[in-house]
Design a protein around this ligand. Structure first.
Ligand code: 5GP
Length: 173
């Protein structure tokens, strides 16, 4: 049985940082409209709160991917379970992710989406575990860099549980 051992990022800190990210994105994309691409299911809560802090015309689209491997280890082999509904051609696309760990999932997704000829393509991740990186991914916006803990909450799960916690917590095995 796993349990929460520590709150890593509390609710107020999360909200303040999401607001800052939204303001930075609003400034950087001024005069443009954005297509926010969320990766299901982990990014859903972050995307929905971030989108409300972006003061630009914006639409959403979602992808579902599965990376083969165990619950806590990424294998780097990514399968697309649900593709985007919209064309990316000529659009300003911002991929919204929950966490970058090894970077293998986003490395695959970034190259895959880049091949669909967007006007621009950038990545915004809520959390980043730089010490675990195996491939470099061009990440433009990072909410928080965190140590190598397995975290849950604010969209992130363990066996589909804990996604609804309003904070980021460390899961004790
Ligand atoms: P990567 O391919 O960068 O190693 O892994 C990315 C995916 O692994 C994330 O989108 C997430 O689904 C999962 N992941 C990596 N680290 C964590 C973590 O600490 N907690 C949770 N819940 N998922 C994680």
């Amino acid at each position: 049985m796993s349990s929460i051992s520590q709150i890593l990022v509390d609710e107020a800190t999360l909200k303040a940082r999401v607001k800052e990210l939204g303001a930075a994105i609003t400034k950087d994309y001024a005069g443009k409209s954005l297509l926010l691409v969320g990766v299901l299911k982990g990014a859903v809560i972050f995307l929905s709160e971030l989108a409300q802090r972006i003061d630009l015309p914006a639409t959403f689209d979602f992808m579902a991917v599965s990376s083969y491997g165990s619950a806590t280890e990424s294998s780097g082999v990514v399968r697309i379970l649900k593709d985007l509904d919209e064309s990316l051609e000529g659009r300003h696309v911002l991929v919204v992710e929950d966490i970058i760990d090894t970077g293998l999932t986003l490395d695959y997704l970034y190259r895959h989406l880049a091949s669909r000829k967007p006007a621009s393509l950038a990545i915004c991740t809520l959390l980043d575990k730089p010490s675990r990186r195996q491939v470099e991914v061009p990440v433009k916006y990072v909410g928080f860099q965190i140590p190598d803990y397995f975290v849950v909450g604010y969209g992130l799960d363990f066996n589909e549980m804990y996604r609804n916690l309003p904070y980021i917590a460390v899961l004790e095995p």
